[in-house]
Design a binder for this molecule. Structure first.
Ligand SMILES: Nc1ncnc2c1ncn2[C@@H]1O[C@H](COP(=O)(O)OP(=O)(O)OP(=O)(O)O)[C@@H](O)[C@H]1O
Ligand SMILES: O=C(O)c1ccc[n+]([C@@H]2O[C@H](COP(=O)([O-])O)[C@@H](O)[C@H]2O)c1
Length: 212
């Protein structure tokens, strides 16, 4: 069996330290070689971003330039459909036949996962790794509580030894940062340099993004 590959999907409008620090910690704990950043094109559960896809991708690429383990995957950007994770995983599983795939989400996403397209089938294709998120408690729908009880593991090894099917909750650093908070601050002319990587901040300035 190959080492696990981490999948991290998001709108990334923009990518920020609240995304990057937990995923780096999870990569260290799992001994994964690669983190695939998957910017979505049409987010299933929120408004389509105003920021052009090319800018959201370029900001992810700034992060990939800082850390060689990050790869930007355009699988959802090139698909002319709503970016349902289920569809993405079916396609990725055809590409990765012998690699455990771990989809990383924040606790807010687990709290609403019962509203996702074909959510109970996601574990047929990937493991789920859930990061803590500042500002969010664990508030699971009863169906998700049952699903978790059936599939949860506390062992990283278990993720390495299976291609998919497990849920791991991790104690990653809790940062209360969100893209919407950053967009709001930038549009008010407020400083965000401690919330984002330097290169992403530079890119935003250079391209005059998120101005009111
Ligand atoms: N501070 C954070 N800590 C842990 N996970 C996070 C954090 N911010 C975002 N995530 C997770 O990253 C993934 C992608 O998030 P997304 O790109 O929508 O960022 P966001 O900050 O939540 O955006 P927005 O504020 O625009 O809704 C989701 O699974 C989300 O739970
Ligand atoms: O498949 C779904 O129904 C679904 C619903 C909500 C979110 N997702 C995915 O979860 C990831 C984080 O979503 P978001 O909205 O927080 O950027 C991203 O990859 C989304 O495409 C997926």
């Amino acid at each position: 069996m190959n080492k696990p590959t981490l999948l991290f999907g998001g709108t990334f409008d923009p990518i920020h330290n609240g995304h990057i620090q937990p995923i780096l910690e999870i990569q260290e704990w799992l001994g994964a070689d690669e983190i695939r950043l998957i910017p979505n094109r049409i987010p299933p559960h929120k408004a389509r971003p105003e920021t052009q896809d090319q800018h959201r991708v370029a900001m992810c690429q700034q992060v990939a330039a800082m850390y060689p383990q990050f790869v930007v995957d355009d699988i959802e950007l090139t698909a002319p459909r709503i970016s349902y994770s289920f569809d993405t995983f079916v396609e990725l599983r055809q590409r990765y036949t012998t690699t455990p795939l771990c989809f990383v989400i924040g606790m807010d996403s687990l709290n609403s996962i019962h509203t996702w397209h074909r959510w109970q089938e996601l574990l047929d294709y990937v493991h789920l790794v859930v990061a803590e998120r500042g500002g969010y408690q664990t508030e699971l729908h009863p169906d998700v509580q049952l699903w978790l009880a059936k599939n949860q593991t506390e062992s990283y090894k278990c993720l390495e030894n299976n291609l998919s099917g497990k849920i791991l909750l991790v104690n990653s650093t809790k940062l209360k940062i969100s893209s919407s908070y950053i967009r709001q601050r930038l549009s008010s002319g407020l400083d965000c340099r401690c919330l984002l990587p330097y290169a992403v901040h530079e890119y935003i300035e250079e391209h005059h993004l998120y101005l009111s």
